[in-house]
Design a protein around this ligand. Structure first.
Ligand code: TTP
Ligand code: MG
Length: 386
């Protein structure tokens, strides 16, 4: 059966919500992000983009480029709420929804021909609902697979609707830069350009065996994407209830110093997994099992959901300090619960700007070289064998 996938991505999401909720901001350059000295831009309205402002640029640079701009710290709770409303709209059109972030998702609409003879009608209807119910605009891409649908949604932003029908992709992909292919990061792009390959069309014609030497086996996946093939399914995400980690120790722990080092290790692991899965947590739970097997848990609800090791660690440390310990400890655990979808939250927390920048760098290394490549000095000698 012909597969049909729709990709929806909201336009200038955070800024658009602000413009919707404050008539004074309509049609003006609105920039949302961290407002402190080291803050970065989360997003900019299309009016601000005309000045050259874009996501992830330092806020100071954005202020220089667009002195007339309206600079806002943003309201993440509000964006999460709109995101939920958005997902409720999606659910009216397909049971198979894979959210990628607060403002974008894939919908598998295969087999809906009886209701909608043309899948483009579904995308149009979703856009209409978003406009009517949320007073916001979205861009939609409709195609036979995820790669092409996501690419299509980006071709005519804002308020775009692009369909790539079977057989049409070759002409569309041909002249697009290789950076549009999923998996082509800066390093691969540089390598390909060095070999004279700048467009998807050129990659398609290039000799894969030759490229394998410099790019590696990944070249075959890139070739498949370049030819418009992508058979990955739309995987509906089931939100986990909690993310946690616990360790049982060979020898009981007594010293506070040792206990806190282990808490840091646990916090680092839970924080990393939260960030990987795109969640922040509102509740942190500490679990302690004593030598006698007596087990206690203590929980604390954070003022603001977080996915930062430091926040998890300080909370667990505080909980631990309030526990009287009559005997040694054989197990420690940290669980993050009350999960909130969306990992961008910490962008607004200027206090943690530095932590966030560090996590971005460290997480990047972990993704590349595997977990365990970077760790805090204190943990170097403390890692327990799994
Ligand atoms: P995007 O969909 O990448 O950007 P956008 O919706 O603002 O603009 P458009 O899709 O029209 O190009 O991201 C969605 C939201 O995620 C964005 O509004 C703010 C947030 N975000 C960040 O906080 N930091 C970032 O670096 C990026 C790219 C996005
Ligand atoms: Mg968007």
């Amino acid at each position: 059966m012909q597969r049909w996938i729709i990709h929806i991505d909201m336009d200038a999401f955070f800024a658009a919500v602000e413009q919707r909720d404050n008539p004074l901001y309509k049609g003006k350059p609105v920039i949302v992000g961290g407002l402190s000295g080291r803050g970065v831009v989360s997003t900019a309205s299309y009016e601000a983009r005309a000045f050259g402002v874009h996501s992830a640029m330092p806020m100071a640079a954005a202020r220089r480029m667009c002195p007339s701009g309206i600079f806002l710290a943003g309201n993440h709770q509000k964006y999460s709420k709109v995101s939920k409303e958005l997902r409720a709209i999606f659910a009216d059109f397909s049971p198979i929804i894979e959210p990628l972030s607060l403002d974008e998702a894939f919908l598998d609409v295969t087999g809906m021909q009886l209701l909608y003879p043309d899948p483009v009608e579904i995308a149009r209807e979703i856009k209409r609902r978003i406009q009517e119910d949320l007073q916001l605009t979205a861009s939609a891409g409709v195609a036979e697979n995820k790669f092409l649908a996501k690419l299509a949604s980006d071709l005519k932003k804002p308020d775009g609707l692009v369909v790539i029908r079977p057989g049409e992709h070759t002409a569309i992909l041909k002249n697009l830069p290789i950076g549009r292919l999923w998996g082509v990061g800066e390093v691969t792009a540089k390598e390909l350009i060095k070999q004279g390959i700048t467009t998807i069309g050129q990659l398609l014609e290039a000799n894969a065996c030759l490229l394998e030497r410099s790019i590696g086996k990944g070249i075959y996946d890139l070739k498949r994407l370049a030819s418009g093939q992508d058979d990955r399914p739309v995987v509906p995400s089931h939100q986990p209830k909690s993310i946690g980690r616990e360790i049982t120790y060979e020898q009981n722990l007594f010293a506070l110093d040792k206990i806190e080092t282990q808490l840091m290790l646990l916090a680092e692991d839970v924080g990393w997994r939260l960030r990987c899965s795109g969640f922040t947590a509102r509740t942190v739970t500490l679990k302690i099992r004593f030598a006698s097997f007596k087990t206690i848990t203590r929980s604390h609800t954070l003022e603001e959901a977080s996915n930062l090791d430091e926040v998890l660690f300080t909370t667990a440390k505080m909980l631990n300090n309030n526990v009287i310990k009559p005997e040694g400890i054989r197990l420690l655990g940290i669980t993050a619960a009350n999960l909130v979808c969306g990992s961008e939250m910490s962008l607004f927390d200027d206090k943690y700007e530095k932590c966030k920048a560090m996590h971005q760098a460290v997480d990047g290394l972990r993704r590349k070289f595997g977990d365990g490549i970077v760790t805090k000095l204190r943990l170097l000698s403390a890692k327990e064998p799994e």
